[in-house]
Design a protein around this ligand. Structure first.
Ligand SMILES: Cc1cc2nc3c(=O)[nH]c(=O)nc-3n(C[C@H](O)[C@H](O)[C@H](O)COP(=O)(O)OP(=O)(O)OC[C@H]3O[C@@H](n4cnc5c(N)ncnc54)[C@H](O)[C@@H]3O)c2cc1C
Length: 253
């Protein structure tokens, strides 16, 4: 077959036979952040911290799952990457309740809770909080939340981007071993005028909080999820301090 003939061959639609998932609920949170709840046509198992791969028109991307495995629906927290850079998110943004996406039948990823450690310091930027929400919900569902000490640091430019803050504050207030530290990196911005909490980038405050919480490298695992720049910086800082480290980068810098 010549190259011309190969090029004329109709392209095989690799996603045509994939299972579908229906968007049963959608909640817009800011102009570029939203939550969706998916009901897959097939049974879909996963471990807290793993991701699913969904698609529209043959374009597929991975998304960390915020729901816990015992919930009926798969909950995703998505940020719009506008065109021309973003490909799938502009399509997803336009979908509504009742619309369908494809879903790879198996969840993937090793960004899961490591039970070998007593202390878990979980750092994230905006949507990177999703795996931690899943882990906390799962621990609570299985009555295991009192066994581990969990510290969630979530960084965002604006306080409106935290989205899971009420839920994480509720974990913090109900469990003495759970601590939630939201931090805004642009405290001077008018959008943050009501903000009275922690300020600074998540990566820049990690060492301060390690010290404040009295965490030691022997029994603490540091997790970082989301923005690759944040992750690279936390990794460098933790390497210097010789703390064990685990990461999930949402994209390449
Ligand atoms: C394991 C894993 C889990 C992920 N989980 C989530 C999640 O829970 N929620 C979520 O919103 N995204 C998540 N992502 C990112 C997601 O897969 C897509 O890359 C993202 O939604 C953008 O898709 P896109 O097709 O619109 O743009 P892409 O074609 O994927 O990317 C276009 C460009 O934008 C950059 N980019 C990708 N995401 C962002 C971003 N958020 N901000 C700025 N630049 C970006 C890419 O590097 C690329 O240069 C995850 C990625 C991985 C690898």
């Amino acid at each position: 077959m010549t190259i011309e003939e190969t090029n004329k061959k109709p392209r095989r639609n690799v996603t045509a036979n994939l299972p579908k998932a229906t968007i049963v609920r959608k909640q817009n949170v800011t102009h570029d952040l939203w939550l969706i709840w998916l009901k897959p046509d097939v049974s879909f198992g996963f471990k807290p911290g793993q991701y699913c791969t969904i698609g529209v028109d043959e374009i597929e991307r991975p998304y960390s799952i915020a729901s816990s495995p015992d919930e009926d629906l798969i909950e995703l927290f998505i940020e719009l990457v506008p065109k021309p850079d973003g490909v799938l998110t502009p399509l997803l943004y336009d979908l509504n309740e009742g619309d369908q996406v494809t879903i790879r039948p198996r969840a993937k990823g090793i960004f899961t809770l490591d039970q070998n450690y007593t202390n878990h310091l979980m750092v994230s930027t905006v949507t990177g909080v999703a795996p931690y929400v899943s882990m906390l919900r799962d621990l609570e569902h299985n009555n295991n939340l009192s066994d581990a000490k969990i510290y969630v640091i979530e960084g965002a430019s604006f306080s409106e981007e935290f989205v899971y803050d009420k839920e994480l504050e509720s974990f913090d207030s109900r469990y003495p071993n759970v601590t939630f530290v939201p931090t805004v990196s642009r405290p001077e911005d008018p959008k943050n005028k009501e903000w009275t909490g922690t300020t600074g980038r998540a990566n820049e405050i990690v060492e301060r909080y390690l010290q404040e919480f009295g965490l030691l490298r022997e029994d603490t695992l540091v997790y970082a999820c989301g923005h690759p720049g944040m992750i690279e910086d936390v990794k460098e800082r933790m390497d210097r301090l010789d703390f064990p480290f685990k990461e999930e980068r949402f994209w390449k810098d």
